[in-house]
Design a protein around this ligand. Structure first.
Ligand code: 5CA
Length: 434
């Protein structure tokens, strides 16, 4: 993309309303603009990041055997009356009436809707287990929306729903999701810790939150330092058999049991190197058995011909919250440092002398080769402005083209994460970025 033709409205000044780094940087780097309290428009750069995160989430859900679908944002109140949650949910639910005076709502989550779809379509135990997910906007009328997209009112969530024949099956589905989550967060450049959690309005009796460490986090967490050595992409972790999954679960949850103060006491004996920190919740998984299937009348034919009520779980990832969380975990005074996997563009191309024949020729050549992966800063601005904006926007690589180097066919390549700079040929620069 050419920056001179793009809506990437960067700000020099720090917006007064933003209290934490990610919120400030998301506004300053032109990723989002607030349109109402807790509701944001995603501008081109922010939307690219959001889509990159969603793609990684999707790939890991698919790898764990979940099926993607799409449910609507607007739901009938009637479904929530059947589960008994319509009144219980309270003022966080945005309730709407249509022109026929029918009660509707903007979905805060989809347990009822997926249970309804499942009960219409699935008749036999032979069709289980299944896990269905979608990546869809949610609305929760939070009392105090704050920290930008971290606690919004409208936000993007990946929510998955598993259906199993019994408790044992449901535990396997739960463990698969736990491993898929660990892999997802690792690919996003984050270290996530599974923490035993309250189930709140979703219900059930087995639940973990996934917390990433950041000083501005809302939860206090304690964890074993050994947790930092875990690599969920290594051969030690696999979905291949139930025994593998049991071992992974064990390894991810004990003796590294990380928790907040609410859940002490915890068995910390034998944990030699206990750490504590603040954390941001980026995901939450629940097993809740027949809490929705039972009252909503979801029953299928079991192996013995008798009706069987499936055991369910649900699994959420805060896709839009992750944009803020990644920035909290990865920035400096100059701006964002995007991990390669989610950056809006792989590289920025800084033409320091627009109109210089050699500079323009090299830039045109690089732009032609990298195209959509590149943000070409072709504005008529001073070099200092271009440097500052590239650091603020946090592109993993900066290709700097100035008249002195260009005359010899050289460019300067900067790695944003480390600040390292080298003078290289165009071919070498392209090879390193690839
Ligand atoms: N039905 C379950 C699992 S699908 C559920 O809704 N779980 S949840 O309430 O914990 O939400 C899942 C994830 O969505 C959270 O871990 C969090 O990362 C994200 N989330 C929740 N509320 C907000 C919000 N107000 N703004 C941004 N993200 C949010």
């Amino acid at each position: 993309m050419r920056l001179s033709r793009s809506l990437v409205p960067t700000l020099k000044e720090t917006p007064a309303e933003a209290q934490i780094a990610s919120h400030r940087l998301m506004l300053r780097a032109g990723l989002v603009r607030q349109t109402s309290a807790g509701i944001y428009a995603w501008l081109p750069a922010g939307w690219r990041v959001l889509q990159n995160i969603a793609r990684i989430v999707r790939e890991e859900q698919d790898a764990a055997g979940a099926q993607e679908m799409l449910m609507p944002t607007i739901q009938p109140a009637d479904l929530w009356r059947q589960s008994g949650r319509y009144d219980a949910y309270g003022p966080e639910m945005l309730r709407i009436r249509d022109r026929h005076d029918r009660e509707m709502l903007y979905g805060p989550t989809n347990e009822e809707m997926i249970t309804d779809i499942f009960r219409q379509s699935v008749k036999s135990y032979r069709e289980l287990p299944q896990n269905l997910y979608h990546i869809q906007w949610k609305f929760r009328d939070e009392v105090r929306p704050r920290f930008g997209v971290m606690r919004g009112r409208e936000f993007l969530m990946k929510d998955a729903y598993s259906f199993d024949l019994d408790y044992e099956g449901a535990v396997i589905s739960y463990r698969k999701m736990m491993l898929a989550y660990m892999r997802t967060f690792q690919r996003l450049g984050l270290k996530a810790i599974p923490m035993v959690a309250d189930t709140g309005p979703i219900g059930g009796n087995l639940s973990h939150e996934f917390i990433i460490l950041a000083p501005t986090g809302e939860s206090q967490v304690y964890y074993d330092a050994a947790f930092e050595q875990i690599d969920p992409a290594s051969g030690e972790f696999s979905f291949d058999s139930n025994a593998d999954l049991a071992r992974c679960y064990e390894r991810l949850t004990t003796p590294y049991a990380a928790t907040d103060e609410k859940h002490d006491p915890v068995a910390w004996e034998g944990v030699p190197d206990r750490r504590e920190g603040r954390g941001i919740e980026v995901g939450h998984i629940f097993y809740f058995g027949t809490k929705y299937s039972e009252p909503m009348g979801l029953a299928i034919a079991g192996p013995d011909g008798k009706p069987l009520v499936p055991h369910m779980g649900s699994y959420g990832i805060g896709v839009s919250r992750l944009v803020g969380a990644i920035i909290e975990a990865s920035h400096d005074d100059a701006g964002i440092k995007w991990p390669d996997s989610v950056a809006p563009w792989k590289a920025a191309l800084l033409n320091l002398k627009q109109g210089d024949a050699a500079c323009d020729a090299i830039c045109t050549d690089i732009y032609r080769r990298l195209g959509n992966d590149l943000l070409y800063d072709d504005r008529e601005d001073r070099a200092g402005v271009k440097f500052a904006d590239a650091d603020l926007m946090g592109h993993p690589w900066h290709i700097v083209v100035g008249p002195r180097g260009a005359a010899n066919g050289k460019v300067e390549l900067k790695r944003r994460a480390t600040g390292e700079r080298t003078e290289v040929s165009v071919a070498d620069a392209l090879a390193r970025i690839a």
